[in-house]
Design a protein around this ligand. Structure first.
Ligand code: ADP
Ligand code: F6P
Length: 320
């Protein structure tokens, strides 16, 4: 291994820059050269790259987004484009790649490995939905951003005795919703992993709360569940309580990464380069019990995460 490439792909996540910095500096320390491709697989296919040095990655650790930029590149699903990418890498004398992104990006990484370019994936998505890893870069920062927003919304809900529905991101996963609901003292988190009943899981807690003297209510709804505006309208109709829906949207993706995200991104980026140096490709870096581990990409992509039902039960108990 003499030269490696690195790219960020899929949705940007806070901490991606910390991972790029770690990949670059760990590799340089090991005597490798590093090339950064711009805009994910799109930049790889367009041979759009820059050499990364220890200085060119300075001053990025604390920045949100990704300095390499990112893109969705559907054409990378076509085999001829994967082959083209491997040829481009070979022409640039690149012996290994690090792909920082989510499970879609790892499918691309798997295809690169399959076609002869050893590639390692580093989990980075605010959704925290990578099956083989307890944690993905960006999750903690997104939680803190959402927490700040909900604390503000709570002030208004309390002042007006309203019910607030907050829709958060997560694609098909409810981790942001569940964790932030606990952190912000919500009545419940409505998540795609668990079927919900409108009367049992929303109306009943509101009515119970009313009897207990609650003057405002808060529900966190994962985007994968459906339309939070409709849910709010139904609650208002059913209970007579003024209900407002807030869709937080892209505010959740940006911002300076938290300490946790910076540290985990640094450890994951370094682990990815270590694997390549040891001759391993087709791996996903993962965190298990706060340790850096790795899985075969095929195996890692097959692994499924489950939402611990006791977490949601505790949330319900504490919302009394
Ligand atoms: P994420 O990596 O955050 O899950 P996406 O699902 O959008 O985000 O995937 C990011 C990119 O990874 C896609 O735009 C595409 O370039 C590549 N990709 C996704 N799925 C595949 C696949 N099945 N085969 C090859 N490449 C893929
Ligand atoms: O995967 C991160 C994420 O922000 C999801 O939570 C969301 O569903 C999706 O990306 C939005 O993607 P886009 O930026 O393409 O609209």
């Amino acid at each position: 291994m003499r030269k490696i490439g690195v790219l960020t792909s899929g949705g940007d996540a806070p901490g991606m820059n910390a991972a790029v910095r770690a990949v670059t500096r760990y590799a340089i320390n090991a005597g490798l050269k590093v090339v950064g491709f711009k805009k994910g697989y799109r930049g790889l296919l367009a041979c759009d790259y820059e050499e990364l040095t220890e200085r060119s990655v300075s001053d990025i650790l604390h920045r949100g987004g990704t300095v390499l930029q990112t893109a969705r590149c559907p054409e990378f699903k076509e085999e001829e484009n994967v082959k083209k990418a491997v040829n481009i890498a070979s022409a640039l004398s690149i012996d290994g790649m690090v792909v920082i992104g989510g499970d879609g990006s790892f499918r691309g990484a798997r295809d690169l490995s399959l076609n002869g370019l050893p590639t390692v994936g580093v989990p980075a998505t605010i959704d925290n939905d990578i099956g083989c890893s307890d944690y993905s870069i960006g999750f903690d920062t997104a939680l803190n951003t959402v927490k700040d927003a909900i604390d503000k919304i709570r002030d208004t809900a309390r002042s007006h005795e309203r019910c607030s529905i907050i829709e958060v991101m997560g694609r098909g996963a409810g981790y942001i919703a569940a964790y932030v609901a606990m952190a912000c003292g919500a009545e419940a988190a409505i998540v795609p992993e668990q079927e919900y009943d409108f009367y049992e899981d929303i109306i009943k807690p509101i009515e119970k709360g009313r009897v207990r003297g609650k003057e405002h209510n808060l529900f966190v709804v994962a985007e994968g569940v459906g339309n939070s505006v409709d849910i709010a309208a139904r609650i208002e109709k059913e209970t007579g309580i003024a209900t407002r829906a807030t869709i937080l949207g892209y505010i959740q993706r940006g911002g300076s990464p938290t300490v946790n995200d910076r540290i985990i991104a640094s450890r994951m980026g370094a682990h990815a380069v270590k694997l390549l140096c040891e001759g391993f490709g087709n791996r996903i870096v993962a965190m298990k019990d706060n340790q850096m581990v790795d899985y075969d990409i095929y195996e890692g992509l097959e692994m499924k995460k489950t939402m611990d039902p006791s977490f949601l039960e505790l949330l319900e108990i504490l919302s009394m």
